[in-house]
Design a protein around this ligand. Structure first.
Ligand code: DGL
Length: 272
């Protein structure tokens, strides 16, 4: 049997952190990555807009041959996962459930702080998913972090100061005993070394990107949508990228997120 073809969708660059985790955990798959770079950021947009954009992207990836869709964007998962599932005829995996499950496993106090975009936090998708697992969550929007990461300021004094202010507020007033910081945005894995310095010593960082990659591996190897793992060949995966804005910029900035050079980029125009 041929290798599975996995479509990875994000508002832009950040989903490359999820692709990076997927390449480590499921290296044998072929990947089609769609970054909606012309319409980012999603984190400040409404449910209706994000759902429309995300469904268009999902249909595009399916038409390109994706046999499974990974919604790498936390905002799109939080606001539109059920819309995307309805619009797709292949299995769809978002980042929130896997992240919440990993947070549950990592927490002893059953109290977690979740950071994400305005839209993700306003949807309370993480709080709901964690509450179903008996974990109490405080959600904190950190809107300045996405532009700072895209500026490449992942280890910059300004970013560290901003992060200290956000996390100081998030871990205050009854949440000092929270022992998990759930990274509910695609960009935050790049800030891990700094976050580790800033959070209280007893706090574990949980990365939705890593948890999602493990959920994809699990879905491929077991469960309803299983493809027998033994039949997956050990060939190296192929990577194809589709972006709605400049391929040149994606190549440059994307390498920071993926941790490797990016080629094979096609510009696409999604008609409204
Ligand atoms: N990909 C988005 C997320 O994970 C962050 C960037 C954006 O706002 O588009 O929520």
């Amino acid at each position: 049997m041929s290798q599975p073809v996995i479509g990875v969708f994000d508002s832009g660059f950040g989903g490359l952190t999820v692709l990076k985790a997927l390449l480590e955990v499921v290296p044998e798959a072929d990947y089609l990555y769609f970054g909606d770079t012309a319409r980012l950021p999603y984190g400040s947009k409404s449910v209706e807009t994000v759902a429309r954009y995300a469904c268009e992207a999902a249909k595009f990836l399916e038409a390109q041959g994706a046999q499974m869709l990974v919604i790498a964007c936390n905002t799109a998962t939080a606001l539109a996962l059920h819309h995307i599932k309805q619009a797709s005829s292949v299995p769809v995996i978002g980042v929130i459930e896997p992240g919440a499950q990993r947070a549950k496993l990592a927490s002893r106090s059953d109290k977690a702080v979740v950071i994400g975009t305005e839209a993700t936090v306003s949807s309370h998708a993480y709080r709901k998913a964690l509450s179903a697992l008996q974990v109490e969550a405080r959600e904190k929007a950190c809107p300045l972090l996405v532009p700072l990461v895209e500026e490449g300021w992942v280890d910059h004094a300004v970013t560290e100061e901003v992060t200290r202010i956000y996390l100081g507020e998030a871990f205050a007033d009854g949440f000092g005993s929270a022992d998990v910081l759930l990274l509910g945005c695609t960009h935050y894995p790049l800030l891990k070394p700094m976050l580790q310095r800033v959070v209280p010593g007893h706090v574990t960082l949980v990365d939705s990107a890593e948890s999602t990659a493990l959920a994809v591996q699990n879905a491929l190897c077991s469960g309803e949508d299983a493809r027998p793992c033994k039949s997956i060949s050990q060939e190296r995966s192929s990577l194809k990228f589709f972006v709605t804005d400049s391929a040149e910029k994606f190549k440059r900035l994307g390498a920071l997120f993926l941790g490797q050079k990016i080629d094979n980029i096609t510009h696409v125009d999604l008609k409204e």
